[in-house]
Design a protein around this ligand. Structure first.
Ligand code: MRU
Length: 354
């Protein structure tokens, strides 16, 4: 399995997703500031991977601390969390991870500094392992929703590279293939950052899963030609009413799917469900650099000085979402009831927000 990120003796190691698919290089972060920059600059991206990266970043910050009493360590801890929380605003998994590390830190107040350092490292590694197990569970639930054969469209990258491993939407596809289904993946290229053509296609081809890349404006035509039997995507934040924030362009795909009577599924862990946000209008949408739109691989594709919009995510209203696959089971409309009942199951950690 692809190692998206890993805790090692020398630091937190990330596969550099800005370099894929042409170069497979790894970056080692030895400070919490470097981890925050890796998240901000999308060396690591995808909501669950951002959460685990933030946890490891907090752990490395505490490990490197020179504080010699708990009061000073606590102040430093708060600063590290604050910095981490300013990296990317939409993926709620970031705030879920910060919250979980904070709760862990608070439970360790009676321990020595070396004990706290070790326990936080272990907590972040636990979150890494749990994320893979969660994705496999999601795959087991979601596999039944996938067609026995034919095309499945996905947008952005909700795969191993967006998680600690296996993936959410791509995890469901992987599980369906493991169950003997004959699926061909259509991957939207996903302008402007090209997560679909660069990352989804790369990781699926590594697994030998049949994949066709299409530019974003082709999905309607593919649906009309009968090539798409289902759509499955990930999510960065799901509001209490089932509105889904995901990569810009997801909304367009969902509307097209409805027009063609194609089921539109979302696969996301419970940590992506944000019951504190009532609906999609309250989800903060990250605005990224205009250069991502005006340039490709450093080359200008638009005249200098032109106006640019670059919202990294959009919100798909719940009415377009056929079902939401989580590690605890499948939620169906009405989502205000089904999501609350899944998220409030006390047997697993639930989502929190800042
Ligand atoms: O900007 P990105 O690449 O972090 O956006 C990622 C997505 O939109 C994914 O679909 C989402 O985080 C789910 S990942 C399992």
């Amino acid at each position: 399995m692809i190692q998206t990120l890993e805790w090692t003796q020398s630091g937190v190691v990330f596969i550099d997703q800005t370099k894929l698919p042409t170069e497979e290089v790894y970056v080692t972060c030895t400070t919490h500031q470097q981890v925050a920059d890796a998240i901000r600059n999308m060396i690591v991206r995808g909501a669950p991977a951002i959460g685990v990266a933030a946890a490891m970043g907090i752990a490395i910050g505490v490990q490197k601390s020179k504080a010699n009493n708990i009061g000073d360590l606590q102040k430093e801890f708060a600063g590290i969390c604050e910095n981490m929380g300013q990296t990317r605003p939409t993926a709620v998994n970031l705030f879920w991870a910060i919250r979980r590390m904070t709760e862990k830190f608070e439970s360790l107040r009676s321990k020595t500094i070396p004990q706290i350092q070790q326990a936080l490292i272990e907590e972040s590694q636990r979150m890494h392992a749990e994320d893979i197990a969660i994705n496999r569970a999601m795959g087991r639930h979601g596999s039944a929703l996938m067609p026995a054969s034919g095309g499945v469209l996905t947008h952005c990258n909700a795969g191993a590279l967006a998680t600690a491993g296996y993936g959410t939407a791509l995890g469901v596809i992987r599980a369906a293939i493991e169950d003997g289904k004959n699926i061909h993946v259509y991957a939207d290229e996903t302008r402007p950052f090209l997560q679909g053509s660069r990352l989804t296609a790369w990781e699926l081809m590594k697994d030998g899963i049949p994949t066709t890349v299409i530019s974003d404006n082709m999905s309607g035509a593919m649906m009309r030609q009968g090539k798409i039997g289902a759509v499955i995507v990930g999510a960065d934040r799901i509001a209490a009413n089932g509105d889904v924030a995901n990569k810009i362009g997801t909304y367009t795909v969902a509307v097209l799917a409805k027009e063609h009577n194609i089921p539109f599924y979302v696969a996301a862990p419970i940590s992506t469900i944000d019951l504190a946000t009532p609906d999609g209008s309250k989800i903060p949408i990250e605005q990224r650099s205009p250069a991502e739109v005006t340039h490709i691989a450093g080359k200008a594709i638009a005249p200098e000085g032109v106006g640019v919009e670059n919202p990294a995510f959009d919100v798909t209203p719940a009415k377009y979402v056929t079902a939401i696959v989580t590690e605890r089971g499948i939620a169906r409309p009405p989502y205000d009831e089904s999501l609350a009942s899944l998220a409030c199951d006390a047997s697993l950690p639930t989502s929190t927000t800042r």
